[in-house]
Ligand binder design. Sequence first.
Ligand code: BGC
Length: 466
Amino acid sequence: MKYILGILLSILIIYLLLLLLLRDGQSNLSFETSELNNIPLKVPSGFLWGSATSAYQAEGNCFNSNWFLFESEKDENGKPRIKDGQKAGIAADHWNRYKEDIQLMKSLGLNAYRFSIEWSKLEPEEGKFDEAVLDHYEKVIDELRENKIEPMITLHHFTNPIWFEKQGAFTKDNSPKIFARYVAKVFKRLGKKVNYWITINEPTVYAFNGYFFGEFPPAEKNMDKAALVFRNILIAHSEAYLAIKQINLNAKVGIATAIYAFDPNSWWNIADVIGAYYANRNMNEVVLDYITNGRFDFYFPTISKLEYQSDVINSFDFVGVNYYTRFVIRFNPFNDKSYQEVKNTFAEYVTDMSWEIYPEGLYKALKLVSTFTNKPIFITENGIADDGDTKRPSFIKNHLLVMNKAIADGMNVNGYFYWTLMDNFEWAQGFSKRFGLYKVDFNTQERTLREGSKVYPEMIKKFSLF
Ligand code: BGC
């Protein structure tokens, strides 16, 4: 009897130790609103207050992009790839309306704008660059500068030129070099006028939505391939970093990485805790580990594994954090995927994307980055799809209060970019999801400031009082 008790006790102790080990750094956070309200609002000097867009989503007429073809495709059930069969078309016509849009930023008191260059417009055929496209982006930059708005350029925001996609895009080992050639071309022309460069937007979302979840082109569902693409696009990041630094060592180069909060459904169920641990490890930490240590260490037990060591370490001057939501992970042996996401079903806590509203997760995201580096962090995306415009004010306010706490606790946050300036093409969701500070009537392209967005300039003013 004693013997059995001893064994049971040892098992319990090992279980608890394992739990503690895996839970380390994953602690569940909650802040009292009163606690957040009591911290004086203070940001470092030169703080960037911005909004963000991406070329394909906002500009319009991206005929040479892989997404343009994808929009006309159907899935295996004959359903269009994009909700309701929509197509980006002229999107928010930002290509032609950029001057008006810059005035919209200015009227909110913003001093920064993150936007992307559409690679497929600049290099519509392999190796043939269209200088007129660079002329356009140069005009945008000049207009921003005239209005005292700091440009931040993203070089890859999900889309590829068709020729590159047809070659296999980032599944191919030569893809990082091809990407770096395009980056050098852009930087040689625009480098003198732009301080902040983002190589890749959300490597995990690009790789997993395209090659595992099948939501983005090429709509594959293969975890090993997703891991390979994930690795190659990170190599493309470091190649682009080197290409820029070879031209100008002083350029500030970073990456924008999606960071999600992952929590287990039950903190006492080791299977849930393990699920959340690996989700956090693979979806959040791998990118940070790669840019700091050059180490790519991707591992989902029994599913997929890929390791790689780059000679390029510290391939960044700042980290861009895109934060939207938290995922709660539950182990379910009866489900064929064994792990599933638990949805928070209370409507008031979710956005139109069905994403949980969880501002505390932003703290966790910033903290995670801070365990890897002290270099500057920019919140390069944070926003809400909220057509009813009832949740936007508290969403913005609470995320900014949480950011303020992170700064007060010593985290090196230097900017915040709301996603997005105006409604635009929300990828597989088409135009149905409305993230914009400005509402867009897509029949007339008229922009109207949403009531719920007004809290953003109000908060900026409050931060500026100190
Ligand atoms: C992307 C944006 C997208 C936003 C909302 C981010 O993953 O960078 O392009 O519109 O999330 O889904």
